[in-house]
Design a protein around this ligand. Sequence first.
Ligand code: SF4
Length: 512
Amino acid sequence: MRDIDIDFIITSDRSMMSDHHGREFIGFVATGPPIFLPEFIWTYLCCPKPKVDRFGRPREAPYGLRKIEASLLESGFKASIIDPDYVPKYLSKAKAVLIGHHDFFAYGPPSSEWWLITGKVPVNRRLFTKFMNKLASYKKKYGFKIVVGGPAAWQWRWEDDKIDLWGVDTVVEGEADLVVKKLAQKVLDNEPLPKYIQVGAQDSPKVDQIPVIKGASVNGLVEIMRGCPRGCSFCSVTLRSLRCIPLEVIEREIKVNRASGVKSGILHSEDVLLYGANGVIPSEEPLRKLHEIAVRRLEGIAWAHVSLAAVVVAERQGRILTKITDTIYSKLNQDYIGVEVGIETGSPKLAEKIMPGKSAPFPPSRYPEIVEEAFSIMHELRIVPAATFILNLPGETPDDVVKTIELTERLRSYRSIIVPMIFVPLGRLRGERDIIAKVRLTREHVEAMKIALDHSLIWGERIMREFYLKGREALILRLLLKYFMKIVRWKASSVYRKLESFTEKELVIPKL
Ligand code: SF4
């Protein structure tokens, strides 16, 4: 059987190249180390191999890689996404391997927290390291170029020794839709490549320059917006300009997914409810039109993210959320919607300092009550949030954490998962081996973690049974996750003891 002719292989390691059993949320399990279970079971749990064709092209691939593939194909380059297991087949003839990732070295949240707490290297880092070690040995033999990019490109600045070790030619930070074409041409012309490229807002593609994906994305994800207007100080999304993808483009991408047999879709935006909004005020008509297209074309819908303030405004203002969920539940065989939300803090004072726009149009002083109201609305409408709050944010005081604890307690009766994240300010490299992270974990932090874990274990089992992993086809996965949750529950007290002993310590993250 002949292989296809590819100059540019677009790929990633197994933690990215997977459909996560059709449930995006399960992909997060790869951010943890393989504890309690052998690594291969852990890997199967979070990132099973996807279906591929006879050339090793996955049926579904990460959306960011699909965009790069589309950019190159539209400009006439010979490019294709290839599953990591099939990459070696093409390396003798390839001109370059382009690798995208959400968390190359596991420094993003929540990988770095798990790593810090357990002292064990997360699965995503293990898989990426294995993949790159192998790729580097092929590079010595065949001499192709390696270009890396994606939302976690900043992490290469913390591991720049790996750039030489693995022979990485270029790191691209920022939106690469346009820049990748120039890079590809340089590769073909044998011109030297720049080591770093930083794509600023002014170099980001305009809406009509963003290409339409050519193959299906993992779990049918389609982008409906880029950027976010809220301007939180700890978030890089905010640096990107705000762009709404036109409805006809969204529909075309949904059709691409459907043509490959992907029946459900995830509408991706940092705040789905701000699609076509007037600033931070949700607008009924664009949201209605967006969901009409989605229910017409899809058999199931999830939202990537919504902001809690937008949930409240959308419902107070003409019950927009009730109308949208009614449309979804009445037209599709679906009785809930999954979504990620960021609480970040329960402290109005801290909210004012680090994320004054998060509660807009309400003032930060009212943020906790807005969060509560949003959770109550979502509970009523069977919107199931996976929520996060962040501990150890810059400028945080013990009182701020107490406010977060109190808010989490008040959320107890609302169906949700709440995951604490620790803001990890990464320090200098020590002797080329380790990364130093100074994390001041206080009693209040540990208490906040306990309360969030209790909340999530109680609701997690119910959500899994009643919504997320219903039915016989999800039985094995349900049993494995149930087993995992039982062990977490059983081990929880020793984990807390360990956390308390971390208090006020400088922690060292050992590199693999
Ligand atoms: S609301 Fe979310 S996406 Fe927007 S700036 Fe804040 S943290 Fe970032």
